[in-house]
Design a protein around this ligand. Sequence first.
Ligand code: GLN
Length: 604
Amino acid sequence: MNDQIVQQKHPKGLWVLFGTEMWERFNFYGMRTLLSLFLAHSLLMGKSEASIIYGGFLGLGYLTPMLGGYLSDKFLGNRNCILIGGTTMGIGQLLLFWSASQAHTPAGIATGTAIMWGALLAIILGNGFFKPNISSMVGSLYPKEQKSKLDSAFTIFYLGINVGATLGQFICPFFGDVEQNGVRDLSAFKWGFLAAALAMFVGTLTFLFLKNKYVITPEGTPIGGRPNKADMPADESDSAKFTTANILISFAVLIVLTYGFHLVLGGIGVSFIKAWLYPFILASGISLGFLIMSDKTITKIERDRIWVLYIVCFFVMFFWGAFEQAGSSLTFIADNQTDTNILGWKMPPSMVQNFNGIFVVIFAIPFSILWVWMNKKKFEPISPVKQAWGLLLIALGYWIIATQVKGLGISGKVGIIWLIILYLLHTWGELCLSPIGLSLVAKLAPKRFASLLMGVWFLGNAGGYVLTGVLGALLPPTTEAYVSMEKQNIDLKKVLDGDKEPSGSELYSLAKEKIATTIDYEKAMKNNIDFVNILNNPDSVLTAPQLDLIEKEKLVKVGYPVFFGFKLKNLYDFFMLFVVLCGLAGLLLYGLTPMMKKMMHGIR
Ligand code: GLN
C-alpha cells in the first residue's frame, strides 16, 4: 500500500530542481525581455545590430552547454556545475545592472557597452554550466525501474521553466521598462537586471541548501556528485571512441565550413558576430555530426536513427529562428507599432512576450494528456509529425498577424490582441516540438553517443538562434523611424522607395539613427572617415567636405532589408517571410516523415 503511494509520487528532489530551474529561468527570461530594448535605447545600437547581438548571445548560450556537459561528466559533477553556473550567471546580471547604471546618460554609453560585453559573456558561460546539468539531473533522480515516470517528470520540469519565465517576464519589465511622462525612463532598466540577479542568487542558494537533504537516491546517496572512476562504463563499447584521424578531419571540416559560412553571411563592415561567430556556431553542429558519423562501430540501424535526429535538428532550426523573434523583432514591434492597452492599462512592450510563458503554464498539461489520449486511441503520431505540426502552427501564427498588419501603412498600430493570438499559436507549436525533442534524442541516440547527440540537439537550437539574429535584423523600419526622420525633414518613404536621392547630411542622419542603412566602413576609412567612432559618439559632427564625400562615394547606402532578392518593405512582408520559411519547412518535414518512420526502426 505504502509502496504504491511512494511509486506514484515524484521524489522530493524533483521539487528542488523545479525551484532551482524556476529561479534560473526567471533570471534568464526576465533579463531577456529587457536586453534588446536596452541595447537599442540605452546603448544606442540600431535594431538590426541589437537583433544580431541577441541571436549571437542565445546561440552561444546553447553552444557552451557542450562544454559544461563535458566538464561535468569528466571532472566536476552536476552539483558543482549548477553552483558554478548559477553564481556566474548571477554575477553576469549584476554586471548588466552596473552597465545599465552607467549607460543611461550619453557620457556613460562607452563604459556601459564595455561592461555589457563582459556581462553577456558571464551569462553565456554560466548557462553552459547550468543548463545541461540541471536537465540531466532530472533524469538521474529516477532509478531504472521508474523510468516510465520520466515523461511526467519532464512535463513538471517544463512547467517549472515556464512558471519562472512568466514571473521573470512580469517582474523585470515591471521595474525595468517604465515610462515617465510618456517617455521611456532609461535609468530604470537597471532595476530589471537587479531583479534578475537576485532571482539567480535565490535559485543558487535554494539548491545549495536543499541538495543534500533531497537530491538523493532512495538509499540516501547524493545524486550528481563528482564523477567516480568506478561509475564509468566498464565495457569499452559503452563509450564513443574516435580515431585521431577522424578528430583531425572533423577539425578541418569545422575550419573550412566556418570560412564557407563566413563568405555567405559575412562581408565588409558586418559585425564580428555575424561575420565569424554565426558561421562558427553553424559549422560546429555540422562537424560534430560528421565526427559522430565517422565512427566505424555504428551499425546500420543506429546510423538510420542518427540521420533522423540530424533531419529533425535541421528543421527545428527554422522553428527556433522564428520563435525566438519574441525577444527581438516582436518586442520592437510591440514597442513601436502596437497598441498595448489592455482595459485602460498600458502594458510595457517588453512584457508582451510573457504570453508565451503564461500559455505554456496553461497548456503543458492538457497537451501531455492529449498525447496520452491519442496513444490510447492508437493514433498518436510519431514525434517528427508532431514537430512538423509545430512548424505549421508557428507559420499560422505569423500568417494571422500578417493579415492584420496588411493595411496598416507606416503609422497605424496593430492591436495587442493579435500579438497575443500569435503567442498562443507559437506556444502550441512549442509544445508540439520542444519537450518532445529532448526525449526523442534520448530514445534515438545509441547509448555511447547519448551526450554527444544531446549536444547536436543543442547545437541545432544554437543554429536556430543564428537564424533568429539573421532574420530579426531584416525588420523593416517601423513607425518611429518615419516619425523621427520627418522631424528632420526627411521623407523616409521616398528615400527608401528610391524616389529621392538623399544628400550627404541626410545619409549621415539616417546612419546616425541606424535606420535602414548599410555602411561601407572600409571605404569610409580610406577616405579618413572613421564611421565606427562617429556612430558611437553621440556628439560627433561632420564637416561639409566629409558630408560631400559620403554622398559622392556612396559610403552609406539606404534601402529596405533584402532577403534572397526580395525586398521587405513593411511588417506584412516581414511576417510573410516567416510564414513562407516555416510553412515550407513544416510541409517538407511532413513529407519526409513516412521515410523517417522507417529509419527510426520501431522508435516513435
Ligand atoms: N523554453 C525552453 C527553455 O528555456 C526551451 C528553449 C529551447 O530549447 N531552445 O528551456
